[in-house]
Design a protein around this ligand. Sequence first.
Ligand SMILES: CC(C)(COP(=O)(O)OP(=O)(O)OC[C@H]1O[C@@H](n2cnc3c(N)ncnc32)[C@H](O)[C@@H]1OP(=O)(O)O)[C@@H](O)C(=O)NCCC(=O)NCCS
Length: 413
Amino acid sequence: MEAPQNISSGLVVRTAREDDLERLVTIHSDAFPDARGREARRRNFVDNPRGTLDDLFVAEADGALLGHAFLFSMASWMGGREVAMSGMASVAVAPEARGQGVATALVRRLVAETRHRGQVACLLYPFRHAFYRRLGWGLVSEVRRLRLAPSSFPAYPDDARPRAARPEDLAALRRCYQRVASRGNGLLARSDRLWRTFLGTEGRHLFVVGAHGHEVSGYVMIACTAPNGGPAELDVVELVADDDHARRTLYGFLRAQRDQIATVRYLVAARDPLLAVLDEPRTPQGETVRTLVAVAGEWGAAHMARVVDVGGAVSARGYAADGQITLRVTEPLVPQGRVAGTLLVRSGTGSFGPERGGPILACDIGTFTQIWSGYLKPTDAVHLGVAAVDAPRTAALADALFALPSPHTLDYF
Ligand SMILES: CC(C)(COP(=O)(O)OP(=O)(O)OC[C@H]1O[C@@H](n2cnc3c(N)ncnc32)[C@H](O)[C@@H]1OP(=O)(O)O)[C@@H](O)C(=O)NCCC(=O)NCCS
């Protein structure tokens, strides 16, 4: 990173060193008071599958460490392109330093660091939405956690079954993920190390679709529990299908667990079409809303994103349509307070240059991020009063230009 920088009132943000670790483990324990001991927390810092100590940043004032945050390097697929991003995690401030702007300063510094690394956006799972909204992030993904009886999953006549994975399937399984990721919006590129962690976690079982020695066309990772000795529950840790046959086979596999499993818990994208074909889209517990509407699980606001470089971001993603639009984006973190220019998309590739007139879309950076990601349609942003256009047809043009499926990731960090 660049030389440490004074932010305000003597606060310095720098990368962590070995001799910071004792104090950082204490800050981490106070911030995330769960069952993990000091050694597990130390390992989280020095042996993290997503990064190294060079990705851990600390906030320091008068020689005292006050907070820490990870900034991982990652890449997310968007419209057929791998886009370089950062992922922020483990933001924590010592109890005695809270409410004085330490986390705000740390996060601002990491936005600058993201840009410095040449990454165009920063992703995170927020502890509090409004905190990050104020700093330019916007919600970009929604999930549903389905809670269903296995028999709710659709049955398909060919009754194919996946088979238990063997070590020699893993390279093909990774290729399967890669093919699916490169077609979709939001899945993250995964390193060898991440795959090893994902596959090596105890208590999980992996099943694949595809004849032995051939390509894998889909897989499901599951974990089964019986809380308090009660009925067994099955968690779908990850389900990836590269074609229709694999998808149907994996749904059939979940359905086939109906004699042993009371409830399947499965986190899907909020608009996953699976919802349309469930036999019984309601929880086995029979909960209702206003007595008439059956509950099928929960809705969740998932990750937020913040574009840190408007020109870089619009040039990095892929597009399904060509066109031209002038963007005026309020961006408090640049000296002028806004970024303006014209996006030109030709043959699915975007380039950003000085304003050349034409239709205009204006919004704040958080809303822009939501539009850029494919999560929010410009038309809806205008209806909600968070974006403005020069003429009504500009909103429709922007809808077509920025259209992508809503982002969905399978990584939680
Ligand atoms: C969440 C956490 C990191 C926030 O750190 P913090 O340094 O207290 O955060 P800040 O001081 O920058 O901001 C907190 C609030 O105080 C306000 N604030 C900042 N400086 C202030 C000041 N001088 N006077 C009054 N209020 C101030 C901020 O505006 C913010 O409020 P808002 O979001 O409603 O606008 C900290 O409470 C923590 O470590 N919590 C436990 C761990 C956790 O949940 N981490 C996040 C999960 S990754």
